[in-house]
Design a protein around this ligand. Structure first.
Ligand code: S6P
Ligand code: ZN
Length: 186
């Protein structure tokens, strides 16, 4: 197997804020990037007109996207709701379905929602110290149900790739809504 030579390195991860030093890419998703994801499209448009808040950002140390490498990144998902639905990530399958991922929760409280193309779905609480395994072929989306940012660190195989299109077409099996007594899975 041919794999790009990379020198060993170490990064500094702030275990509370998720700040990764150094990082080489920063992806920011505002609500206007998430049209179609939330149940209440009218509430989303109101919020976009009111300033288009930042929903989450991902700091990553980029490596060659090839078999043999492991890529790590941190996600900071801000607190908020669109209508009754908590802020969440877009969610994706890996393009190469035969690739898994590990999440390590750092701060905040939320859920990791997972589903497969043959109709299974799963919700795993995600908080400080949670190590969650995303098996191959499971789509994954995180949801912040708390009052502070939900922060987690993730590691995935270099060749994984991201398939957002399938989720944009099918949506996710479960939604997490704010109920009178707290979050409700619907
Ligand atoms: C990457 C991993 C996470 C997400 C991030 C944002 O495989 O699962 O780093 O990229 O949480 O979510 P999304 O669905 O917008 O990529
Ligand atoms: Zn992933």
């Amino acid at each position: 197997m041919k794999v790009t030579a990379v020198d060993p390195f170490a990064l500094a991860l702030d275990l509370r804020s998720g700040a990764l030093q150094p990082y080489t890419s920063r992806t920011q998703r505002h609500l206007s990037d998430m049209r179609g994801a939330f149940r209440d499209g009218a509430a989303l448009e109101d919020l976009v007109r009111g300033g288009d808040p930042l929903v989450y950002e991902v700091l990553q140390y980029d490596l060659p996207e090839e078999t043999g490498q492991l890529i790590c990144c941190t996600t900071v998902l801000y607190p908020g709701t669109v209508g009754a639905e908590y802020y969440m990530t877009k969610g994706h399958y890996h393009l190469v379905r035969e690739t898994a991922e590990i999440y390590l929760g750092l701060s905040g409280q939320g859920y990791l929602l997972l589903m497969t193309e043959d109709g299974r779905s799963w919700a795993e609480p995600l908080g400080p110290g949670t190590v969650a395994y995303v098996p191959p072929a499971w789509a994954h989306r995180s949801v912040n149900v708390g009052e502070e940012p939900l922060v987690f660190f993730a590691v995935y195989p270099g060749q994984a790739g991201h398939d957002y299109g399938t989720i944009e077409r099918t949506g996710f099996a479960q939604r997490v809504l704010r109920g009178p007594q707290g979050p409700v899975l619907a």
